[in-house]
Each structure stands twice: as structure tokens, then as C-alpha cells.
Design a protein around this ligand. Structure first.
Ligand code: KPL
Length: 325
């Protein structure tokens, strides 16, 4: 159980490839640990967090891997004004979907124009203002992704890797990710936790959107674990959510196979049967939900295309009502 400290002081000459994670939720900490564990042998001191305020500090962390082995480490959390932000070559944005714009856009001017940004969150939508901001200012390259790896936050800085899954990534706009950084990420690939690159990436993200658009609001509204949605009584609603989503995606130029999407949704319901969705948990803990970036994104795109999506709209309304009650 070695303790490691990351990122040299700003005065130190430095040629390493730095990776930063913005957002220290369960997935942000999981990404941090996977990137750090993977690189310690090759190249120490190059994975950091970016904090929410100006304070740069060190933070003890604890990570329980899938073999139940505990790794203790000391992470650098860079303040939002730290001049070392300019050294970051790859930034993983793992904040909640509704926090992306506010957390990321003010940072763009502090990052190097060569830094590549990856958004990794549930839902869709934040990529649009981020891409517009990039086009206007620094022009960093942007990739989008989704992961079905699962992690559980046991306390603020203690995370357990609780389920294997695939991480799917793909280029969205600006400069492509460099071959060196892509190789670093691809190195994370190991049994049961592949990294896949998809071009174009949007169809993959719409498929994940379908999974979240079904499971998240239905479990939150019906106070149930994911597996309950396999019951026959939910079938008409699930079919209607998917029908509307597939229609909107088509108007957005994304052709989805309805049968394949439905099969995948039921597969995830089965694979995560005992889990409580993130939206269920957000409601249970009185936190904001990602409904606006999940079913709300479907409604927003439908409106642009003059389509009606009554089921998705009613789910948005009911979840917003529930979170205000
Ligand atoms: O991503 C999820 C979430 O809870 O947000 C699913 C796939 C629905 C698993 O619970």
C-alpha cells in the first residue's frame, strides 16, 4: 500500500504527459485511480484532480479495487488558478451533466490550446455549449464518452470499484486526441473493462441515452431497483420511451435499431438488477438530477424538429416535481 504524491511543483522542469480529472464523484475517482495505477510503473506524478476553488492542496485517497485490495494514495488537487493547469494534456470531465458548462468553460482559458478534453457523463447536451466555447476561444480538441464501469463512493474520498464495464469514447470536434494519449488510454484496457473508440461517437451516446432515459426516471418515480423494470407492467412505457427517442434521433441524423436498443435496455436492466440508478439515488439524497440532460435532451431536440414526445415530457415533469417536493 504505497503512498504516492503527484505533480511536481511549478518550478520543476517537467516533460511528463499530465492527465487531470475534473469532478471527484465516484466515476471521477475511479478514472483517477485507474489512470494512476496503470501509469505508476511507467511514469509517476502525472495524474491530478482539478478542484472547485483556487486552493491547491493534497488529498489522501483510498481506492478498493475489484479484488478488494485497498490502495492508499495522496492526490494533488490543483486550484482553478494554478499555473500548472497549462501543462495538462488530457482533461477528463467527470462532473454531473448539469455542472459541465459551469465547471469547464471558465477553465478553458487556463488550459493549453493543445489540451484534449473528454466529457464523460450521463445524458447529452453539454457538448453543444462546450463545443461553441471551444470554437470561440482556445480551440482545444473535444472527445465524448460514456462508461458502464461502476463505482461506489463509500465516503468523500473513498471509492470502491463495484462493477466492470466498457468505456466508449470518440472524437467530437477540434484537434484529434494525440496518438500518445490515445495509447495511454487504450493501455487501460483489460479483461471485462475495455476501452473502445467509436467514430462517429454520437450513435453510441444515443444508445446510452436510451438506457438512462428508461431506467433512471422509472426507477426514481417508482422507488425501485433497476431489476424491477423487467416486470410486464413497465413494458408499454419502456416501449413508448424508446419509440420517441428513436424518432428524435432519426431527425438528428442518427439511425438507431429499435429492436437492438430495446434488447440492450433490457440487458442492462438485467445486468444491474440489484442496483439503484443514479437518479433514484439523487432523489433519495435530495440532490439535483440529470433529468434535463436525459429525457429533457430528447424533449429539447424534439422541439427543434417539431416532434411530440409526450412520454418523455411527462417523465421530465414528474421527476422535476418529485425533486422539488
Ligand atoms: O447509468 C446508470 C445510472 O444509474 O445512471 C444505469 C446504467 C442506469 C445503471 O444504474
Amino acid at each position: 500500500m504505497g503512498i504516492t504524491s503527484r505533480l511536481p511543483p511549478s518550478s520543476t522542469p517537467d516533460n511528463t504527459a499530465h492527465i487531470a480529472v475534473l469532478g471527484a464523484g465516484a466515476i471521477g475517482q475511479l478514472m483517477y485511480h485507474k489512470l494512476s495505477v496503470n501509469t505508476q510503473a511507467v511514469q509517476a506524478n502525472d495524474v491530478v484532480f482539478i478542484g472547485r476553488d483556487k486552493l491547491t492542496r493534497q488529498q489522501p485517497l483510498s481506492f478498493i479495487d475489484h479484488t478488494q485490495h485497498t490502495h492508499e494514495s495522496l492526490a494533488a488537487i490543483l486550484g482553478t488558478d494554478d499555473d500548472r493547469l497549462v501543462r495538462i494534456e488530457l482533461l477528463f470531465v467527470c462532473v454531473k451533466a448539469y455542472q459541465v458548462e459551469q465547471a469547464l468553460i471558465p477553465l478553458l482559458v487556463k488550459l493549453s490550446p493543445q489540451c484534449h478534453i473528454v466529457l464523460l457523463h450521463n445524458g447529452l447536451g453539454p457538448h453543444l455549449p462546450v463545443a461553441a466555447a471551444l470554437a470561440k476561444h482556445q480551440g482545444q480538441g473535444l472527445s465524448l464518452g460514456t462508461t458502464s464501469q461502476a463505482a461506489l463512493k463509500l465516503s468523500q474520498w473513498q471509492v470502491k470499484h463495484s462493477g466492470f464495464g466498457v468505456t466508449q469514447l470518440g472524437h467530437y470536434c477540434g484537434a484529434l486526441i494525440s496518438a500518445k494519449l490515445k495509447a495511454r488510454l487504450t493501455n487501460l484496457h483489460c479483461d471485462n473493462q475495455p476501452i473502445e473508440w467509436h467514430q462517429p461517437v454520437l450513435p453510441v451516446l444515443w444508445q446510452k441515452l436510451a438506457i438512462n432515459a428508461v431506467i433512471n426516471p422509472l426507477t426514481a418515480l417508482n422507488h425501485c431497483a433497476n431489476g424491477q423494470l423487467a416486470r410486464a407492467e413497465y413494458q408499454p412505457q419502456i416501449r413508448a420511451i424508446i419509440d420517441e427517442l428513436v424518432q428524435v434521433a432519426k431527425y438528428d441524423g442518427i439511425t438507431l435499431d429499435k429492436a437492438a436498443i430495446s434488447a440492450r435496455v433490457y440487458q442492462v436492466i438485467d445486468l444491474t438488477a440489484a442496483n439503484f440508478s443514479s437518479m433514484y439515488q439523487d432523489i433519495a439524497h435530495n440532490r439535483a438530477t440529470e433529468i434535463n440532460e436525459i429525457n429533457g435532451y430528447i424533449c429539447q431536440q424534439a422541439k427543434l424538429d417539431h416532434l411530440n414526445v409526450p412520454i418523455n415530457q411527462s417523465l421530465v415533469d414528474k421527476v422535476l416535481q418529485l425533486s422539488q417536493s
